[in-house]
Write a protein that binds this ligand. Sequence first.
Ligand code: HEC
Ligand code: HEC
Length: 249
Amino acid sequence: MNMDNGIFAFRARIFFVLLMGFPLAAHSESIMVGDIEINPQDFSASLDSEQRMAKCLSCHGHHAGGDIDFGPDVRFGTPALRGMGEQYLKESLNAYQAGTRTHKEMSAISAMLDEETVNFMARSFAAYIAPSMKAASELTALAEKDALFRRGQTIARQGISQHGVPACIFCHGPLGEGSAAGPRLAGQNVTYIESQIKAFVSGSRQTVQSASMHPVAAGLTDDDIKAVAHYYESVSEPPVVAGRVTEDN
Ligand code: HEC
Ligand code: HEC
């Protein structure tokens, strides 16, 4: 489909820009991502909801599935947003606005959003249908043949007590589907999961909510992080189901 190619080309340009470290003009009202301009009008309440979300989706994947939209071998590191709770999405956008999370593009883009737009985005992305989990038999088969998956699964279920790491399932749900105590990890891409655990360690992600992640992240070695990231990326089905539950609410 032409549209898919268009989005892919846009994404490819963004990837190039992220690699090259495109300089942003400080405090500018608009930013350039490759040769695409992003400005506050792109998210205006006067647009219909599809148009209003279009530039977000250009980066976050056609179906808000992040890198997963482009297949597990494509590594941009853009997070999937579908399956995330409304409250978490809102808090994340607020965190970029407040500077307790920092990222070149997201910090600049969040600064373009007023409160109504943040609420609209959180509501609209929360309405995307999350991919279902793999069947129990498939997870068992994966654990048998894939040592990295198996290691990740053990960390997720049991933590690493000798390093003070609690089990991820306490807060992220039995298969990483998310809970009131922690966001969804299932189906999130490896690159993004790794980058966030490192951001908790370095302190560049310092939200109030992230206090519970600091001891977790501090106790994980690079190999542990790889294993647990691979595990969570692999537990859900690839995105075959597309679309949102509702149009506008
Ligand atoms: C230029 C590409 C790009 C665009 C456009 C973009 N994002 Fe992002 N977004 C990212 C990347 C990359 C990250 C991960 C940033 C980080 O490491 O903190 C991210 C992170 C996020 C997060 C945090 C996700 C999580 O799991 O914590 C939310 C929420 C989000 N974006 C929403 C939006 C919304 C809403 C829009 C449109 C108004 C948007 N993004 C536009 C690239 C983009
Ligand atoms: C005590 C509760 C708790 C435990 C245990 C926990 N987490 Fe978290 N985790 C959270 C919370 C809360 C957040 C959201 C932080 C924020 O909003 O900045 C989070 C965020 C994350 C994120 C970022 C998600 C995103 O979309 O940006 C990753 C990755 C993560 N946790 C991985 C893990 C792994 C792997 C484990 C197990 C080794 C684990 N967590 C154990 C509470 C927990």
